[in-house]
Design a protein around this ligand. Sequence first.
Ligand code: GLY
Ligand code: MN
Ligand code: MN
Length: 440
Amino acid sequence: MSLNGNRDVYRERRRRLMDAMGAGAVAIVPSAPVAVRSGDVEFVYRQDNDFYYLTGFEEQESLALIAPDNSDGEFVMFVRPRDKERETWTGKRAGIEGAIVDYGADKAYTLDELEKIVPRYLEKADRLHYPIGRNSDFEARVMKLVQYSSAMRPRLGSGPYAIFDPREIIHEMRLRKEPGELDLMRRAIDISRAAHERAMRLARGGMREWQIEAEVDYTFRSRGAAGPSYPSIIASGPNAAILHHIQNRREMRTGELLLIDAGCEFDFYASDVTRTFPIGARFTAMQTELYEIVLAAQARAIEQVRPGARFDDPHDAALRVLVDGMRGLGLVSGSSEEIIEQASYRRYYMHRTSHWLGMDVHDVGLYRAGGESRRLEPGMVLTVEPGLYIDADDDTAPVEMRGVGIRIEDDVLVTADGHEVMTAAIPKQITEIEALTVAS
Ligand code: GLY
Ligand code: MN
Ligand code: MN
């Protein structure tokens, strides 16, 4: 548990979940399954965000049961037992006592007691909230207990008759960030700032993309981040026009553009930042022309971010600037309306401009409500990341522009009266960037 080391934060979230579920409901939230990397080697365990958001508990093979108004306890945890020998191999466990004392469970049991304990709660409930498909190991066990408790309903007059997805409630909560969550996102962003600045300073012709990836990873880990919150994209020259280029093997050349999309995860919170800069050089005239189009598109998009604006407004604003720029460069022809209507811009801008950001890099929460683009509210965080990508093999584009890819991505918080660019300190103006790329 590390969000300010504060148990009350998690208790308050469970309280809000319970209020939204209402009396007569029980939620069961599983931890993330363990994932095998290869052979008998597992991936480093990473807790499920919804589970962590409600409990602060990082251990695998655990499960939370939340039962509003239940006199036996509203928060019950199932955890791995203490086991001296196992703990010698794989590390300390909280156990039953830790779940109660350190994590605030009203009751705690070991997992092998699931079949004995859970029916007691289900039999008193009408509705179960359970995230189907999240952890298949637990699901078979939980569903069997649901069947059993449902079968008791005619005789008891209670027992679950409906299963809801608790993510509908939890994800709306996660979408609006608490001050403590924003603090952690700022910590993540500051570490990502250091990584991007270091990359701008160190990238030189003759290096391989992976060397820059190593510098980014080094900065993340040496400053206390868990690591990247998604595979880092280190895309030099024509690789920048490949949106998810993560092989990072190419030898870079001086003066080419390097697109770095890399953000660290700090204490379960993601950052997501892209910067594009010339390797060990100043921007050429052509690079400047393209870069300034993307920069202007991003500025126009960010201006749209305020309470009451539609989620799609930043995208629509960026698109208008990008399309005008593409027309000016001779990449597309026709009126702006036609280009947007026919989506001919997609050859050069094929992704959306924004997504939610939080514990997940593509964070949870609905983008549409009532059939419309959702309205922004204070506390929501979204990326704004327009780009312009000209494939190396695009023989309709001017030769000197082929194989150029540019994206600029910032993380933007919706505030009470507008927005705050949380990543504002990470250089993106041409003069700021050149001060790093050509400094000795
Ligand atoms: N880094 C993933 C994204 O920008 O959406
Ligand atoms: Mn992004
Ligand atoms: Mn990104």
